[in-house]
Design a protein around this ligand. Structure first.
Ligand code: SF4
Length: 627
């Protein structure tokens, strides 16, 4: 068994209630590393073409990576992979917290879940053992209450729980997986998939640390990180969390506002990290073993919008989606909505963006109070936004339709199609392609739809040119330009971050934009953990392999270039602020897309070619695609 891993993958067939343990060989581990690369492997192997994402044939995988649980910052992350009910395509979503490290300590590198139980169950994994238990009594409860109930039931206050919430049970399409009640695999409806299998939660507890090749070397790197944190790029996240981005994004015209009509929010200060710190912040939190502590904890007692600190505090994406997207400047209302999303188990981005779309429809007279149940769903109304989040979580009234996401809601209601801001059904996160032009390309070509975590953003090419020089990126081009050099940047940056998604590490700690550690130090950490003589070239290949596995799954579904499109709204000039008048053009996008396909070795349909798959050592995928 390779060092750094436990060498075991748990397979769970919920239909037959059989549990089995696979012990993959060393080549498998080195080729796929972990995370969403391993998840994509099992998705392709186990889920047949045309499977219903919410049917028993879908495969839901939960994988950690080779660094997970090691004594260094930025390693406790888990990737959830399945065919998504949002896009109908291969998708993955990552989350941090303490659950990922605890899964490793409990004896497993991943869990592969198939079938559907005939009654609600939860999975209890502890010190190399696993069992399914009745979960009927947990149904309908908020996530923090389920966590408390399982700790009491299993008599262990230190176990960790990853679960789908009541929104998933009710069928909200963009339901999340939630661990610690405040860390979420938010995107793509992974919670909805878990609920469709009648699996309520996965509780983990263990005491076995994997052996390390060079524990002293890793300890030295960890010490270096703690000593250099305050002068690193990630220091701002320690100070204010990801909320530090709100004001700077607005200043450059990159904070989506008024359902993406503008990139500047006049009230950005009111929902900023600074304001949070001055008002409702009561503490900070971290992921297992990480010195950055970028997580916020907020609390509000009494008033219209009480906020329970167990549900954490809003991240930048949530402040934007539930705030500026909706023109809501009431930080307490946003914090309340964030709590509701974590308690019900819903993706804050999809939820906030769908409400912003509905507000746009309401303001345009496309829907009325007859549709909203009497709610005046106007931009800027924090109380209406919070009320609608609750209606979605409960699947009541218009909330039932908005729980389908903006693209499906537009279809169901037959209005507002041009106001939808989504790719492959996935609402856009709060990084605007108008000012970070390479995001236009990467939102479109990403297998699961719009995702801001798939690359270092184009702004980093100039600002952190030293950090990306090791990727042979030597000619910085401005972030507002989508020329061939920026496409090249997108390709290599995406490949690097894809490799970090295979290893399951935090980009704030290891990504070249924020770098607590630079890329050489990341590779040194990998060597210290595994004893493998890995280098950056090999890691880039792992990242490329992961991307091609996900993309090949889509190709087998017959979905390629025609789905790699952008919402019309991105081609409409923005109004106000620093990005006034800025738009993405169809011409630059189509040119970049064609160039991207050629650079990555995909055909004009956007399908990975057999040659590319063989070059990546995954010829079995080419054979699978050929039928
Ligand atoms: S930087 Fe923040 S998100 Fe990343 S591992 Fe550390 S605490 Fe978790």
């Amino acid at each position: 068994m390779p060092l750094g891993y436990q060498g075991k993958v748990l397979h769970v067939n919920l239909t037959s209630r059989e549990l089995s343990v696979e012990e993959p060989d060393a080549t498998f581990y080195r080729r796929y590393m972990g995370g969403s690369a391993m998840g994509a492997y099992y998705l392709l192997r186990n889920t047949p073409p045309d499977a219903d994402p919410l049917g028993p044939e879908n495969t839901l995988s939960l994988f950690v990576g080779v660094m997970t649980g090691a004594p260094i910052s930025g390693q406790s992350r888990v990737a959830a992979v399945a065919k998504s009910p949002v896009s109908g395509l291969a998708d993955e979503s990552a989350a941090g917290g303490f659950w990922p490290a605890e899964l490793k300590f409990a004896g497993f590198d991943g869990v592969v879940i198939q079938g559907k139980a005939d009654a609600p169950v939860y999975l209890w994994i502890h010190d190399g053992e696993a069992e399914l238990r009745d979960a009927l009594h947990l149904m309908g409860q908020f996530t923090a209450d389920v966590e408390d109930a399982l700790r009491e039931e299993l008599a262990d206050a230190r176990l960790h729980v990853l679960q789908c919430g009541p929104a998933a049970e009710r069928g909200v399409r963009y339901s999340a997986l939630v661990n610690n009640a405040n860390r979420v695999n938010g995107r793509g409806g992974m919670g909805t998939v878990m609920a469709s299998k009648n699996l309520k939660a996965v509780a983990v507890r263990g005491h076995t640390r994997p052996e390390l090749a060079d524990a002293d070397g890793l300890r030295e790197l960890a010490r270096w990180g703690a000593q250099n944190l305050d002068t690193s790029g990630v220091a701002g996240f320690k100070r204010l969390g990801t909320a530090v981005l709100v004001t700077s994004q607005s200043v450059v015209g990159g904070l989506p506002t008024h359902n993406w009509d503008s990139g500047t929010f006049d009230a950005a200060e009111a929902i900023s990290g600074e304001r949070m710190k001055e008002t409702i912040l009561t503490g900070t939190d971290t992921c297992y073993g990480c010195v950055v502590r970028c997580k916020r904890v907020v609390e509000v007692t009494g008033g219209a919008f009480p906020v329970d600190p167990r549900y954490g505090g809003p991240e930048y994406e949530s402040l934007a989606a539930l705030g500026s997207y909706c023109d809501v400047s009431d930080l307490v209302a946003i914090a309340r909505a964030n709590q509701l999303c974590n308690a019900y188990g819903m993706d804050t981005i999809a939820c906030g963006a769908t409400i912003a779309w509905a507000m746009d429809c309401f303001e345009h007279g496309l829907i009325s109070e007859a549709d909203t149940g009497g709610l005046s769903l106007r931009f800027g109304d924090g109380a209406a936004m919070v009320a609608m989040v609750e209606m979605i979580g409960e699947r009541q009234g218009l909330g039932k339709i908005l729980g389908e996401g903006s693209a499906r809601a537009a279809e169901i209601l037959g209005v507002g199609q041009d106001l939808v801001v989504a790719v492959k059904g996935r609402e856009l996160p709060a990084h605007m392609p108008q000012v970070k032009r390479e995001m236009a390309l990467l939102y479109a070509v990403n297998p699961g739809g719009a995702d801001h975590t798939v690359s270092e953003h184009g702004t980093s090419y100039i600002r952190f040119s030293e950090g990306v020089a090791a990727l042979d990126l030597l000619d910085p081009t401005p972030p507002t330009v989508l020329d061939s050099e920026m496409v090249r940047y997108a390709v290599y940056s995406q490949r690097l971050i894809s490799s970090m998604d295979a290893v399951c590490v935090c980009k704030f700690v290891y990504g070249p934009a924020w770098q607590l550690y630079d890329l050489d130090q990341w590779v040194a950490a990998l060597r210290a953990i595994t004893g493998w003589n890995v280098n950056l070239w090999e890691m880039m290949k792992v990242g490329e392999r992961r991307l091609n596995l996900l993309r090949a799954f889509n190709a087998r579904e017959g979905v390629g270039a025609e789905a790699d499109t952008l919402p019309r709204k991105l081609t409409v000039p923005l109004t106000g602020g620093a990005s006034d008048g800025v738009a993405v053009t169809d011409e630059e996008f189509e040119t970049a897309k064609a160039l991207y396909y050629q650079m990555v070795g995909w055909d004009a349909q956007g399908y990975p070619t057999p040659a590319k798959l063989h070059e990546l050592g995954i010829g079995w995928v080419a054979e699978l695609m050929a039928g």
